[in-house]
Design a protein around this ligand. Structure first.
Ligand code: NAI
Length: 453
């Protein structure tokens, strides 16, 4: 059978590309070897947010006295929480399946790989059958990096070392949890398990947490997480793992930490193996499929969207890349821009960022100023957060008084930051922001308030 578009992988990049292509009337097939919805829907973004929401309810209920509400015998039932998470995932996966069907996309369950190119177009083997297509979209995602640290493989096989997949389905809350890697996954899971009762240790190689998160905001986050009982070992390297003991080196000295589970969250790598990239001589860069600004590879007609192209490894980036690829196939001019992609860490408190941080602005030699404000200036924040220490920072490029970056730590940051994305994407000037009316009382007003500081 010949298709206008074949998509390999049905995660956020793949399923959205297939939906958009089908919607535009292109004969489309999507091949998925595991679960429709990919990592994001099944073992990433959605399940982790479902767990974190239960933890937030638990935390507020336990701390109810602060707000004049006393609750006794507050219990956390991880088994029920995981069951609810599975229900949410199932409903969303069915939703994606229904949308694909509505857009007349053919779904093939099984492994897909590239066979080569003939006069028919690109030839793909899917579930042991060959098909051809005019356009191919590779959206095979990424997987957790398992480092060559002695003992990790053995402890993984024993179920002591876990990745983002297993940590979301633990039947009970581990008494002690060690998290290797203080990036996004590590912090979200550390925040979750510390809230629901684990004694958590985070081991991070760098001397900061949250990767490229603004240093000041990262420090505030670290303080908040320490208050939940999380112990951070920064500038620390794991040297080996033996069963449930992690050996690490700090200041040249070896120490150990014992725990029931060890989460590995040291980053992800693009899934490029066994998909036949070599059959079309597709170029790669740092282990990911190399693409241009239309998400097209070095072979015209072949695109790579989402984590597999290694550009940003975020589901929302994948969505937009999928649209850019399909628009290019349809002959509509569209290009991918990465300057205003928001990033969020869904800890409690949440951290959200878009555009430049002070660090990146400095490294680019930009002439900028920072408008910084405590979240306590927001009436809504004060009403809802007892003893909160959130802040918002707005970075302004001085020459044109243009907004180039926003960073926040505090409640609703994840929901507010898209507004910051619009400001950075449209290169909004401070004078224009001053004329925009924000609803009151909301935490979002803090961005407008910041520029008057
Ligand atoms: P990450 O790249 O965010 O963080 C990995 C951390 O591990 C870094 O801080 C790194 O310095 C540290 N590290 C590396 N090797 C180490 C070692 N041997 N010992 C100790 N520390 C070590 O990767 P993470 O957290 O695994 O997340 C993977 C991807 O998933 C990211 O690209 C992220 O953007 C995405 N993601 C996004 C989420 C969101 O948007 N909220 C949530 C979860 C994941």
């Amino acid at each position: 059978m010949h298709y206008d578009v074949i998509v390999l992988g049905a995660g956020p990049g793949g399923y959205l590309a297939a939906e958009r292509a089908g919607h535009a009337g292109l004969k489309t097939m999507v091949v998925e070897k595991k679960n429709i919805g990919g990592v994001c829907l099944n073992e990433g973004c959605v399940p982790s947010k479902t767990l974190l929401n239960s933890a937030k309810i638990y935390e507020y209920t336990k701390d109810g006295q602060k707000y004049g509400v006393t609750c006794e015998n507050v219990l956390y039932d991880q088994e029920k929480v995981v069951k609810r998470k599975d229900k949410v995932v199932k409903a969303l996966v069915s939703g994606v399946q229904a949308t694909l069907k509505k857009n007349k996309v053919e779904i093939v369950s099984g492994e897909g790989s590239i066979i080569g190119k003939t006069s028919q177009g690109f030839v793909i083997k899917a579930n042991n059958e060959e098909h051809s297509c005019t356009n191919l979209i590779i959206a095979t995602g990424s997987e957790a990096i398992v480092p060559p640290i002695p003992g990790v493989k053995e402890s993984f096989e024993k179920g002591i070392v876990v990745t983002n997949r297993e940590i979301l389905s633990l039947e009970s809350v581990p008494k002690k949890l060690t998290v290797v890697g203080g990036g996004v996954i590590g912090l979200e899971m550390a925040s979750y398990y510390a809230t629901v009762g684990s004694k958590v240790t985070v081991i991070e190689m760098l001397d900061r947490i949250g990767g490229y998160t603004d240093i000041e905001i990262g420090t505030i986050l670290k303080g908040n997480l320490e208050k939940k009982g999380i112990n951070f070992l920064l500038g620390t390297k794991v040297t080996r793992v033996q069963d449930n003991v992690v050996y690490y080196e700090m200041d040249g000295k070896e120490s150990t930490v014992e725990s029931d589970k060890i989460l590995l969250s040291i980053g992800r790598r693009a899934n490029t193996a066994n998909i036949g990239l070599e059959k079309l001589s597709l170029a790669t860069e740092r282990g990911a499929v190399k693409v241009d600004e239309t998400c097209q590879t070095n072979v015209p007609g072949v695109y790579a969207v989402g984590d597999v192209n290694g550009k940003s490894m975020l589901a929302h980036t994948a969505y937009r890349e999928a649209e850019v690829a399909v628009n290019t196939i349809l002959g509509k001019k569209d290009i991918m821009r990465y300057t205003a992609i928001p990033s969020v860490i869904y800890t409690n408190p949440e951290v959200a960022s878009v555009g430049e941080t002070e660090e990146t602005a400095k490294s680019k030699g930009l002439d900028y100023e920072v408008k910084k404000i405590s979240m306590n200036y927001s009436g809504r924040y004060m009403a809802e957060n007892e003893g909160g220490n959130g802040i918002t920072k707005v970075l302004i490029e001085k020459k044109y008084n243009k907004i180039i970056g926003i960073q926040m730590i505090g409640s609703y940051a994840s929901e507010i930051i898209y507004g910051g994305g619009i400001m950075v994407e449209t290169e909004m000037l401070v004078k224009d922001l001053k004329e925009i009316v924000f609803p009151h009382p909301t935490v979002s007003e803090i961005i407008r308030e910041a520029i008057f500081q």
